[in-house]
Unconditional design. Structure first.
Length: 697
């Protein structure tokens, strides 16, 4: 820049010495936890101002990118309804309104009726996130929840649909919600924030407004959830050990209750075993269990409803070494499993004896496959009709916008119901593939990669990662990503160990005293792409969000020479301090993932890669973009702020290539709507294009 050199801000230092296991650490910026303090607010504002000034030369590019992103508005096609009881429910957007409203019409026909208009909720014009949308069986009531801040504290309400009046509301944080068959009894999981988990299940009698806790989990390492079987006949309560929020989370313990007996006594059908991952369903006169007892890929067993103990388990689908049994869905005459062999998913329909009746394999080598139709809320679960032989599925990949297909399981036919239309998008210009790169210990790490057909390699590559909590990441279509691809950048998802792409062993291979495996896998993939001539030596950028943000910060600290740029969105940037403070949202769960710093050996191992405590003046790190949100309830704002301040203090020039942005609207997932969505995406894209030296279109 011309004239006076722009200087990054640096907050005051308040050194605090800590001695743990005879290791002395210095924390100069712990006081930034007081994020409402005027000094903290002033510092965050100064960082925002610096980010804008430091990227002034990108103003035209950012404007160009915003125009591209907004110009690629996606039309989702015809609304896909889901049927519940006598009604079909669907969303319908209206021009000039921020959010699509929910409507319904009787299955027998007739006019549509407005059920829920989010635009009528005060505050939804700034931020709005749906939690659940659950109509009762008879269609009288609607249970719905929403977040107007971005902190994922969803307020639960029950509405009388005919009158449009809300007849009950809960002041706490509500998560998963299910109705009993009587249309009057609602069960929901109540969430606490410190530590972040669902520890209670509440039963609500809507007509009397009586709410009572019927289940409480005392183990602070465990979570509880409630759900209803596909048949609608049973309610399930799952006690789970991890927080990866997959559609069908495996449980260490399962309870059940007939849906038509909501005041009855819950029965435990799977006794607690923390090494187990069990998902229960109901089919005909039996319970069906997807379980990992004989191998990581899981098998499917069934047992009589009256006596479902392990002694009575009958194998339906055996465990197979190279196949992951991902989900199970039940229709009246079909038992459908979602399997993945490698990264490619397939649907397999079986009869009561386990014999295959139909198989549908996607054309995509790596993609997101969703069974059923979801309300798209934070805690929503996709649903499908039970008394039918058809199954609705959605497929999305790097090159395929969301496509909804109906599979006829009897006739082995598929029908296209809807395909999202993206303005100006030509799928023929792009190609997606799966590469295998060897880790340093010989393990095969898959990379889902997309680029234009005319991509010149070796070229710039951006690798997105997560690699924590056993949570898999699958490619899906993102119109904003086209702005990268069209400027000669390839983009990939690295399926690191620590994630859940290949079941529990893939997760456990990078937990606790093996957590560095996640970071060395990423390093090996970047090196492998360079050696193959796909990526430039100085052309690999890495990005991650949340725990994935911590992954890229840790990997960059281990090999700062390898990466051209780092994007860490709402990162877990101070693992040690988070785990030592059990008032932090996920501190308990993170001691399982990363190790417990109260244990000497685990502390010493954590100390080797913790992003915050491995910053030093003699380690030059790559240019880095960090963002956070004031209302984030997962990776709190001060976690990123402390990392940035500490890193600036370690550099004589305050590390001017470090850019830090603080979002004031929305939380962990960003803005819900409006111009901020495109602006935030355009800023990140412009910044990384600038670092990769490919900002021209």
């Amino acid at each position: 820049m011309e004239g006076k050199r722009l200087q990054p801000p640096l907050p005051r230092s308040e050194p605090r010495i800590r001695v743990l296991h005879d290791d002395v650490t210095m924390d100069r910026y712990g006081w930034l936890r007081e994020w409402e303090h005027p000094e903290v607010c002033a510092y965050l504002e100064a960082e925002n101002n610096y980010a804008e000034q430091a990227t002034t030369h990108l103003t035209d590019l950012k404007a160009e990118l915003i125009a591209e992103i907004e110009g690629r508005r996606t039309c989702e096609g015809d609304a896909i309804e889901f049927q519940l009881g006598p009604f079909e429910y669907f969303q319908k957007p209206e021009r000039g309104l921020f959010h699509p409203a929910w409507w319904r019409r009787a299955v027998t026909g007739g006019p549509a009726q407005l059920v829920l208009d989010p635009n009528a909720i005060p505050g939804a014009e700034v931020f709005y996130s749906l939690g659940v949308f659950e109509p009762s069986d008879d269609g009288r009531y609607l249970a719905f929840s929403f977040d107007l801040i971005g902190d994922e504290g969803h307020e639960l309400r029950v509405r009388d649909i005919e009158s449009g009046r809300d007849v009950w509301r809960d002041s706490g944080r509500a998560a998963h919600v299910i109705w009993a068959a009587d249309g009057n009894t609602l069960f929901f999981a109540r969430e606490r924030i410190e530590p972040r988990r669902c520890d209670k299940v509440v039963r609500l009698a809507v007509e009397t407004g009586t709410a009572e806790v019927i289940f409480e989990e005392a183990n602070e390492f465990l979570d509880v959830r409630v759900r209803r079987s596909d048949s609608g006949a049973w309610l399930f309560l799952d006690v789970i050990t991890t927080c990866n929020y997959s559609v069908q989370q495996g449980a260490a313990e399962v309870w059940c209750l007939p849906a038509d007996d909501p005041r009855g006594e819950w029965r435990r059908i799977v006794t607690r075993a923390l090494a187990l991952e069990v998902f229960a369903e109901h089919w005909k006169d039996r319970f069906v269990f997807r379980v990992n007892d004989t191998g990581p890929g899981r098998r499917l067993v069934s047992a009589p409803i009256d006596n479902p103990s392990t002694f009575h388990w009958k194998e339906v689908v055996p465990h197979r070494a190279d196949v992951t049994l991902e989900e199970v869905h039940v229709l009246e005459h079909h038992l459908v499993v979602v399997e993945r062999e490698g990264l490619r998913p397939r649907l397999v329909s079986r009869d009561a004896n386990g014999s295959v009746r139909a198989t549908h394999i996607t054309d995509e080598a790596s993609c997101t496959l969703t069974v059923g139709v979801s309300a798209r809320g934070y805690y929503s679960v996709p649903r499908h009709a039970f008394r039918t032989a058809t199954l609705v599925c959605s497929v999305s990949s790097f090159v395929t916008p969301n496509t909804v297909i109906e599979y006829d399981l009897d006739g082995c036919r598929s029908t296209l119901l809807s395909r999202a239309c993206v303005q100006g998008y030509d799928a023929a210009k792009y190609a997606a593939t799966v590469l295998i790169v060897q880790a340093e210990d010989g393990a095969e790490i898959p990379v889902s990669l997309v680029a234009r057909h005319d991509w010149v390699n070796p070229g710039p590559v951006i690798l997105r990662v997560y690699g924590c909590y056993g949570k898999p990441i699958w490619p899906s279509f993102n119109p904003a990503r086209l702005s990268l691809l069209d400027r000669g950048v390839a983009f990939g998802f690295v399926h690191l160990r620590g994630g859940g792409e290949f079941g529990r062993p893939w997760h456990e291979a990078a937990m606790g005293n093996q957590k560095r495996t996640t970071y060395t896998d990423l390093i090996a993939v970047a090196e492998g792409l360079v050696k193959r001539g796909l990526a430039r030596q100085d052309g690999v950028a890495i990005e991650g969000k949340s725990a994935g943000g911590g992954t890229v910060l840790a990997a960059a600290a281990l090999r700062p020479d390898l990466f051209r740029a780092v994007l860490a969105e709402v990162p877990l940037a101070d693992i040690l301090d988070t785990e030592l403070d059990f008032s932090m949202p996920y501190a308990f769960q993170e001691t399982v993932e990363y190790g417990n710093p109260r244990v000497f050996q685990e502390y010493r191992y954590l100390r080797t890669y913790d992003p915050y405590y491995n910053l030093s003046a003699d380690r030059l790190l790559p240019p880095t973009y960090v963002d956070t949100a004031l209302n984030d309830s997962q990776a709190l704002c001060h976690q990123a702020a402390r990392y940035v301040a500490q890193r600036r203090s370690c550099a004589a020039d305050r590390d001017p290539k470090l850019v830090f942005r603080v979002r004031k609207v929305g939380g962990h997932s960003g803005a819900s709507h409006g111009p901020d969505v495109a602006e935030n995406a355009a800023f990140r894209i412009a910044w990384v294009l600038d670092q990769l030296r490919c900002s021209g279109s």
